[in-house]
Design a protein around this ligand. Structure first.
Ligand code: SER
Length: 597
């Protein structure tokens, strides 16, 4: 096995696919264009969706790239051996050109041939799609791995939950995949431990997706005009594998930052479990912040959307840097390490060097001093706490006065075995919002408006609106195409062939407000997909949610499969008002609406 550096692996990967007739394309921005369903590019396929759907790519049918990605869904896992918020995905693409057989042969050659990665064959394990009512069992991939010389006992078939890939949104190109794992040599976690198990024995390094379907609605898959291949190999994970490192943080990608943190904090990375965690979180979060701030469509910290995520990441790293007693200005020192390291490959980081450093500094100045006071305040609060729960008003005080994101307070509390009355926090938030004369622009100086009661209420309003649209437009085919909620408004895309008239919009508003006035409880029940269907719930009938789904019911008005969160009763929503109705794309309409407290 070749112990390559990150830089060498990037180059080798692109060289390999170039030698197989692929054109090298640059990484797209981290901020997706025209995609209402996601805040960040979370996979290499996002920027290529039009080409997967059949549009001609100027560089041809075989492409290879290194795509910048951000996934914050797993932010609490950061610190474990394999999760990062920012990562680079190595990809090779066939746009209606080669398919399963060639894709698998390419992957196997690149992984195992001495000329390329030279990974011992017996260390590799594979998963294939087991088949369901939408698509057959993927025996073609299984047979091909065996043909390549893989021992059949190293291949397992798994359901859609594991071996199917589609965009983060609800519709679009998708298909079965075959995933490649490296056996780290750790003990199996139990008798059923096999590739696909998430105990860290088998590390997923590469995912080959065979996109031959277009998901048009819940449970409805149409064949795509062309069969595509989308593969994604995680750069950090593969490097950790090749370097025999115990985690992605113990590789050349993070070594310079870890050294810098040790220098600034006068502590050792591996002094104890707390330092390991803090070093890893700081390194991961600063790298992510550097790429967000330095992106070609760069963002800055704010209270909504991408800016909120960025702010939360920076503030979280400030907290951990304080835990390590790092001096003011440390963030910039660590950021410089990453800029120097990555700029040769991502020139936008060099172009935006000043912006990255000044924005980080500004956020540090804004937050670091109040953080210290806030932590003291938190300590006092805990000292006199009766019971195990911090009340909503106190959590709001930490937020309003000290700029503590609610997630942050919840995390601090959890470290002490305490919980936070998050509902109470949201209630205090809304009460303040109603009282504030300052308006939406500058509601909370240090505050963050997201994932709060405001978004939960708008989420519930979205359900009511979808139900009302179906009623008013008399069309069960009105199906959700995308949804995006900020603290200020909801945005909902749905399939419908023409403009919705002003009269119809008024009627939708009236029905939603009627449901709000009725003040019915919003009830969440877990049930199987079959039960949900039987009860007439709308929403995404997909096994990717696991065998059980959550169904939210609002009286007679709405019943929908959804992950939540929602308000507790419709009366809490305020007054519903549609702001705008417009075309989003062919056959898809978009509505923006607000709730007035
Ligand atoms: N889209 C797939 C993934 O993100 C392969 O690139 O895993």
């Amino acid at each position: 096995m070749r112990a390559l550096t990150s830089k060498e692996l990037r180059q080798l990967y692109l060289d390999f696919f170039k030698s197989k007739g692929h054109a090298v394309i640059g990484s797209a921005s981290l901020i997706p264009e025209n995609d209402p369903t996601v805040l960040f590019t979370t996979a290499g396929m996002h920027p290529l969706v039009p080409y997967l759907m059949g549009e001609k790519h100027p560089e041809g049918k075989r492409l290879t790239d290194v795509q910048k990605c951000v996934r914050t869904g797993d932010i609490d896992e950061v610190g474990d051996p394999s999760h990062c918020t920012f990562f680079e995905m190595l990809g090779n693409w066939s746009l209606g050109d080669y398919f399963k057989k060639e894709s698998i042969a390419f992957s196997y050659e690149f992984l195992t041939d001495e000329k390329w990665l030279g990974i011992p064959k017996d260390k590799l394990y594979f998963t294939c799609f087991e088949g369901d009512k939408n698509a057959p069992r993927d025996t073609v991939s299984f047979d091909r791995w065996v043909e390549m010389g893989v021992d059949p006992s190293h291949i397992v078939f798994l359901p859609k939950k594991n071996n199917w890939w589609g965009p983060a949104g609800m519709t679009g190109p998708c298909g079965p995949d075959t995933e490649i794992f490296f056996d780290t040599g750790a003990e199996p976690c139990g008798p059923d431990c096999k590739a696909g198990c998430d105990c860290h024995k088998y590390l997923e390094i590469w995912n080959n997706v065979f996109m031959e379907y277009n998901k048009v609605a819940d449970g409805v898959y149409e064949p795509l005009a062309q069969k595509n291949v989308d593969t994604g190999m995680g750069l950090d994970r593969t490097i950790a594998t090749l370097q025999g490192a115990k985690s992605v943080f113990d590789t050349d990608a993070f070594a310079p930052a870890i050294t810098k943190i040790a220098e600034l904090s006068h502590k050792g990375y591996e002094d104890n479990a707390d330092t390991v965690k803090a070093f890893r979180i700081i390194a991961d979060h600063i790298r992510c912040a550097v790429f967000m701030l330095g992106d070609q469509r760069g963002i800055t910290p704010s209270n909504v959307d991408q800016g909120y995520i960025l702010r939360r990441i920076i503030r979280r790293s400030i907290r951990f840097s304080m835990q390590l007693d790092m001096p003011d200005g440390s963030l910039n020192e660590i950021a410089k390490v990453f800029i120097d390291q990555y700029a040769p490959f991502y020139s936008e980081l060099e172009q935006n060097r000043e912006k990255i450093l000044s924005e980080l500094k500004k956020e540090e100045n804004r937050f670091a001093s109040t953080l210290k006071k806030g932590i003291r305040e938190f300590g006092k609060l805990v000292a006199v706490l009766e019971g195990k729960t911090i009340n909503g008003v106190d959590a709001f005080h930490l937020y309003d006065t000290y700029g503590f994101p609610i997630e942050f307070t919840v995390e601090l509390a959890a470290e002490q075995g305490l919980s936070v009355d998050v509902d109470g926090f949201h209630a205090a938030f809304r009460a303040h919002q109603t009282l504030s004369q300052a308006g939406a622009e500058q509601r909370f100086k240090g505050g963050l408006a997201d994932n709060t009661e405001a978004t939960a209420a708008l989420h519930s309003a979205t359900h009511l609106m979808q139900a009302a649209l179906r009623k008013v437009l008399n069309d069960d085919n009105v199906a959700q195409k995308g949804s995006n909620i900020t603290a200020e408004r909801l945005r909902f895309d749905f399939s419908f062939p023409r403009k919705v008239t002003p009269e119809e919009l008024l009627e939708v508003e009236r029905l939603v407000n009627e449901a709000i006035k009725a003040d019915v409880p919003i009830i969440c029940e877990e049930m199987t997909v079959a039960q949900a269907k039987e009860q007439g719930a709308i929403g995404l009938f997909e096994s990717k949610y696991g065998s059980k789904v959550k169904v939210y019911t609002m009286g007679e008005f709405s019943k929908e499969i959804c992950g939540g969160p929602h308000a507790t009763h419709t009366g809490a929503l305020g007054t519903f008002k549609i702001k705008k109705e417009e075309a989003s794309s062919a056959g898809v309409r978009r509505i923006k609406a607000v709730l007035i407290p």
